[in-house]
Design a protein around this ligand. Structure first.
Ligand SMILES: NC(=O)c1ccc[n+]([C@@H]2O[C@H](COP(=O)([O-])OP(=O)(O)OC[C@H]3O[C@@H](n4cnc5c(N)ncnc54)[C@H](O)[C@@H]3O)[C@@H](O)[C@H]2O)c1
Ligand SMILES: CC(=O)N[C@@H]1[C@@H](OP(=O)(O)OP(=O)(O)OC[C@H]2O[C@@H](n3ccc(=O)[nH]c3=O)[C@H](O)[C@@H]2O)O[C@H](CO)[C@@H](O)[C@@H]1O
Length: 456
């Protein structure tokens, strides 16, 4: 067993809880945050605000260099640049690209590196394993490891704990391990981390749960919910995401009925949601981002049971891009135009409004289907540049340069503020498909089709 005892460790500490709290917030307990991305940098900033002694770890040396200069490479997070600059200037936050060296100094290790999918939609834990191996190599008795990255249920117990023991030479029970999922949305990360929602913590043993609860009781302004164990906490996070994907799929399926039923389905959804037993989400062109299209696979690929509802919901959401393209084809055909002889402008490429992220963005599938069917596709998005979508089908034109009245069809895919102010009259006599209910209607003589509402 490794002899090094961390005199500052909170796990199975010799000092009482009150003294542990004082030690944490006074900077006596060094913290390392692994992963300084869109979620990790805000998290490191809040930890530095609370403890005054944080090293951010990122394998990208340029990220570490930027942070150490007091800079902020993450855009679109209100207050983050100021927080990072202040914390770095006061010495509460620094950064390194050397994980193991940082791990040797820290007593609290917080992991928030990406957990994504392989091309076969299998959970890809390679990045998590790399971070955990680095931590293991520097782990001491009394340390605690906190996993914030979303993982398949059972990962802390079956993957992270054995890896930490193997790399550190320590036995189970010599250090703490807990799953404490980030419940953070891009664009409001600091607000969410500081306490928009209760913080869930779940340890591989009771002492790990206790230490994680003590830590997050200082980090969040909200409540701390102690789950029975790490696997339960992992289920909480994945279930939240699966619920949302299934719910969006229901909204999308209902949204497709608007022509058959000749009703505004989104109006019916809004009214149905006026009683507390109903919370139907909003129809859209599909589900993108790091989270919601990913988390269902952390369940379906983790258990033997087939989970037909979860799989079907994923398929419904993924097929919305085909529905959008068929609707464009129909709108053009209604005016005697053929899709393969038409120009189509796509308004929006990011996966949701206000976030400059294209991961699994529905717009990419829509562009691909349209190009495959012979349409001439132009993309524009006020948050992106041509390089951001260089590998996409279609031609990118900056929103400031695009002539919106020069196309046979215009499809709004992302409800950026810049598009909401556009009067459909700006689109000339194009066929208009609004997949986000973002365009004003009734204020002009330009009838257009809105997903879930039909043509008005
Ligand atoms: N971005 C979101 O909107 C969002 C929302 C909710 C949850 N999440 C989850 O949060 C986690 C992180 O997501 P993100 O958006 O911050 O990712 P990101 O891609 O923005 O940043 C990840 C960072 O981790 C660094 N990194 C990779 N491997 C590393 C390692 N071994 N050690 C240290 N650093 C390493 C990368 O260089 C990068 O800077 C993921 O599990 C994601 O699913 C993200
Ligand atoms: C901590 C964490 O993990 N937070 C996540 C983060 O998720 P996120 O940033 O990935 O954003 P989402 O809002 O989930 O959107 C995902 C895709 O689904 C489309 N969509 C959405 C709603 C709808 O009714 N109809 C739709 O079609 C949308 O356009 C986009 O493509 O914040 C959400 C709260 O905002 C959380 O719930 C979610 O856990």
């Amino acid at each position: 067993m490794k002899s090094r005892q961390s005199e500052r460790g909170l796990y199975d500490a010799d000092i009482d809880e009150a003294r542990q709290r004082v030690a944490l917030v006074s900077g006596e307990v060094p913290v390392a945050v692994y992963g300084l991305g869109k979620m990790g940098l805000p998290l490191a900033g809040v930890y530095a605000e609370v403890t005054g002694n944080v090293v951010g770890v990122d394998v990208d040396e340029s990220v570490a260099r930027t942070v150490n200069s007091g800079g902020c490479h993450v855009e679109g997070e209100p207050g983050l640049a100021e927080l990072v600059e202040e914390r770095v200037n006061e010495g509460a936050l620094s950064a390194t690209h050397e994980p193991t060296a940082a791990a040797a100094e820290a007593s609290v290790h917080v992991v928030i590196v990406p957990t994504l999918l392989t091309d076969d939609n299998e959970p890809d834990l390679a990045t998590l394993r790399a971070a955990v191996e680095s931590i293991g190599a520097g782990l001491s008795e009394g340390d605690v490891v906190v996993i914030e990255s979303t993982v398949p249920p059972g990962t802390c117990r079956d993957v992270v704990l054995p890896l930490l023991c193997a790399e550190s030479g320590l036995d189970e029970g010599a250090f703490g391990l807990a799953f404490c999922p980030e419940r953070t949305s891009s664009g409001r990360a600091l607000e969410d981390i500081r306490g928009s929602y209760p913080k869930v913590v779940g340890g591989v043993d009771d002492e790990s749960t206790r230490v994680a609860a003590l830590i997050y009781d200082q980090v969040t302004d909200n409540d701390v919910i102690e789950a029975s164990d790490a696997t339960t906490a992992e289920c909480v996070k994945v279930f939240e995401g699966v619920y949302r994907d299934v719910n969006i799929a229901l909204a999308n399926e209902l949204g497709r009925l608007t022509d058959d039923l000749a009703v505004d389905v989104t109006e019916a959804i809004d009214v149905a949601n006026t009683q507390p037993f109903c919370d139907i989400h909003t129809p859209g062109p599909g589900v993108g981002g790091h989270c919601i299209p990913v988390y269902p696979y952390f369940l379906t690929e983790q258990v033997d049971y087939d989970l037909p509802l979860v799989r079907t919901a994923r398929a419904v959401n993924d097929r919305m891009s085909e529905f959008v393209v068929r609707k464009v084809d129909q709108l053009l055909a209604d005016r005697g135009q053929a899709l393969d002889d038409s120009t189509v402008l796509l308004l929006g490429a990011t996966y949701r409004a206000g976030v400059a992220e294209t991961r699994k963005a529905p717009a990419r599938a829509v562009a691909r289907h349209l190009v495959e069917l012979g349409a001439d596709v132009t993309l524009t998005d006020p948050m992106l540049e041509a390089d951001d979508v260089a590998s996409w089908p279609g031609t990118f034109v900056p929103t400031t340069d695009v002539e919106t009245d020069a196309f046979d069809a215009v499809v709004l895919l992302t409800a950026h503020d810049e598009f909401e102010s556009l009067d459909p009259a700006a689109f000339g006599d194009a066929a208009i498909l609004d997949t986000r209910r973002a365009l004003a209607s009734g204020t002009h003589d330009r009838p257009h089709y809105a997903l879930g509402r039909g043509t008005k």
